[in-house]
Ligand binder design. Structure first.
Ligand code: ADP
Ligand code: C5P
Length: 288
């Protein structure tokens, strides 16, 4: 179930963890592939370590008034949509054990929100402070996002690179989705070989209309104009840098178990394990 990537150019684990540095994991994959789900599953099994989860979305450039007027022509799936210099600097600081301020991002206004320093001590606090901030030196840093394996400088910081694949959806699920959403079959391809991108698109329609304040027409238009082409041009080619490819995302318990086992082994080897549970999430999905 866990695919060790044979084409990762022998670059697996470029950055060797040192006794003083946190173990840095990158989790990439297409939109709605299950990256967040996989990260949460990994974190839930790492209860004895301090984990910081950083979302690449936190580093989206804010749109100015001019760009906001033409937001439907903006490609949020292009590498230049992100402030990669800031991301790199934050990740380098975190890796050196320094505290950083990371912006929050609002998908409804397409703007960064000033960070509020907030140290999350328990899972119950996570629900009270969804848009947080932190940070004390963690044992493990997880950076999650569509393009976290794209830039070589970011990749080089990582000790483990993961790519999340989605899997397949039975045709009847697509048909039901289509009926519920009331969109025509020209939008969702209904055939017996519905692929990874169909699953992600149907999840994205659901999520963006419910959580990100979008309407179906805009989601489909953005998907066809920018999301799919950029996936093919930038995200899919970054899969070759992954050490591990997880088929079926969060449904793949075996893959998650093996990854967690590997992290425990690495942390044990470098004597980084500490016995104080603490989860810190730096996330960007700020809801208004
Ligand atoms: P990403 O972080 O890659 O955008 P998420 O993990 O947030 O993806 O998942 C996107 C949406 O798909 C969410 O609404 C989530 O609940 C749903 N989802 C994720 N994994 C699965 C799965 N294995 N089966 C069904 N729905 C899933
Ligand atoms: O959570 P997920 O990985 O899907 O988030 C990335 C997606 O968010 C990108 O595919 C991009 O199209 C979308 N996005 C958006 N509006 C923004 C910022 C990102 O639709 N303002």
């Amino acid at each position: 179930n866990l695919s060790l990537n044979p084409s990762s150019n022998g670059n697996a684990s470029n950055a060797k963890p040192s006794a003083k540095q946190p173990f840095f994991i990158g989790v990439a994959g297409g939109t709605a592939s299950g990256k967040t789900t996989v990260c949460n599953m990994i974190i839930s099994q790492l209860r004895d370590q301090r984990v910081v989860l950083v979302n690449q979305d936190s580093f989206y450039h804010s749109l100015d008034a001019e760009k906001l007027k033409r937001v439907h022509e903006y490609n949020f799936d292009h590498p230049e949509a992100f402030d990669t210099e800031l991301l790199l600097s934050c990740m380098e600081h975190l890796k050196r054990g320094k505290a950083v301020s990371i912006p929050n991002y609002d998908f409804k206004t397409h703007q960064a929100i000033e960070p509020t320093r907030k140290v999350i001590q328990s899972e119950s606090q996570l629900t009270r402070f969804p848009a947080l901030l932190l940070v004390n030196p963690p044992d493990i840093i997880i950076l999650e996002g569509i393009l976290v394996l794209h830039d070589p400088r970011v990749r080089d910081l990582m000790n483990m690179k993961i790519f999340v694949d989605t899997g397949y959806l039975y045709p009847f699920v697509l048909i039901v989705t289509n009926l519920i959403l009331g969109v025509g079959s020209n939008y969702l391809a209904i055939n017996s070989t519905s692929a990874d991108s169909d699953v992600r698109l149907s999840r994205r329609i659901q999520r963006d209309t419910v959580e990100r304040g979008r309407n179906i027409e805009n989601v489909l238009d953005q998907y066809a104009r920018f999301v799919k082409p950029s996936f093919e041009e930038f995200i899919l080619p970054s899969k070759k840098y992954a050490d591990i490819i997880i088929p079926r995302g969060g449904d793949n318990d075996v893959a998650i178990d093996l990854i967690v086992q590997h992290i425990h082994t690495k942390l044990g080897q470098h004597e980084l394990c500490k016995i104080y549970p603490n989860i810190v999430v730096i996330h960007s999905t700020f809801q208004i």
